[in-house]
Design a binder for this molecule. Structure first.
Ligand code: SAH
Length: 266
């Protein structure tokens, strides 16, 4: 359908052989793919996709396209980052149209920058296709605008993991706790207890509202709300699962008026 509506009017690029396109697939709902991402999926000879890419995004691949899974499985990193970049470079030198498809936006906590750097160093021509990031779309699907002029003039995006899987030790918790009205955490569930403690110790209001949004924008989206002082306990009692976005700040209260997705039965 998109084809008929757009293809004759919107000039979308031809995917040249020997290039790597690094694209974001959005957070899950395939309707959140951009036209550029869809255009890339349709033309790619080979698609290397990561764990957070919804499989339905791959249905538009052309007949004969090779689909390779490259990402975390069962929490185990497989394969290593250098193997992925090595594969991208080899395939491009082999004159394929190579699509590296990542969840959300490739340049937001997605190592897309590292992969693009490796391509640049190897002098492989590449294109970056931004995607809709989970930290904005997830809250939107829950009914939370990440900014609202009534509540906040800034928003901070934070990762709860560093490259070794630990809570990053260079985060300035005082600055984070006081700096922005809204905090959006990615990859926070493993260390949620430490994150909550650090924020409270740094002076964040214990009654600040918190939302956990799991599997955002997919059929399995689940939203749990609480207050900061209670957040660790609630996340374990409610069995909040990854992938999840954690939003902290008064905008979370807007859920009561703006939750627009029909609630699932049961
Ligand atoms: N590049 C991605 C983020 C990759 S980091 C983006 O821009 O969205 C992986 C983290 O993203 C997960 O641990 C989780 O915090 C978040 N995430 C990705 N997809 C998600 C989804 N559908 N629902 C909730 N969180 C998601």
């Amino acid at each position: 359908m998109i084809d008929r509506i757009y293809s004759q009017r919107v000039p979308l690029p031809i995917f040249p052989q020997g290039e790597v396109w690094l694209a974001g697939a959005g957070p899950g709902d395939p309707g959140l793919l951009t036209l550029h991402a869809l255009n890339a999926i349709r033309q790619a000879d080979i698609i290397l996709y990561d764990a957070l890419v919804d499989r339905s995004c791959l249905y538009c691949a052309k007949t004969g396209a090779v689909l390779e899974f490259y990402g975390k499985r069962g929490g185990i990193l497989s394969p290593q980052q250098y193997e992925i970049t090595g594969r991208l470079i080899t395939l491009a030198r082999d004159n394929r149209r190579v699509l590296r498809l990542k969840g959300g936006d490739p340049f937001v906590f997605g190592r897309g920058g590292d992969e693009a750097l490796a391509l640049a160093r190897a002098q492989i021509p590449f294109r970056i296709i931004p995607g809709i990031t989970a930290g904005i779309a997830g809250p939107a699907y829950a009914g939370i605008p990440v900014t609202s002029r009534f509540y906040n003039q800034s928003v901070t995006f934070i990762t709860g993991h560093d490259t070794s899987g630990q809570l990053p030790n260079n985060l300035d918790w005082k600055a984070i706790a006081r700096g922005a009205g809204v905090l959006v955490f990615y990859m926070a569930m493993k260390h949620i207890g430490e994150i909550v403690e650090a924020l409270l110790a740094a002076g964040r209001d214990p009654h600040d509202p918190v939302a956990f949004i799991s599997n955002a924008t997919t059929e399995n989206q689940r939203v749990v709300t609480t207050k900061l002082f209670h957040a660790t306990q609630v996340s374990s009692e409610e069995r909040v699962v990854a992938p999840a976005i954690v939003v902290i700040g008064k905008v979370v209260n807007m859920i009561s008026a703006l939750a627009w997705l029909p609630k699932k039965e049961g």
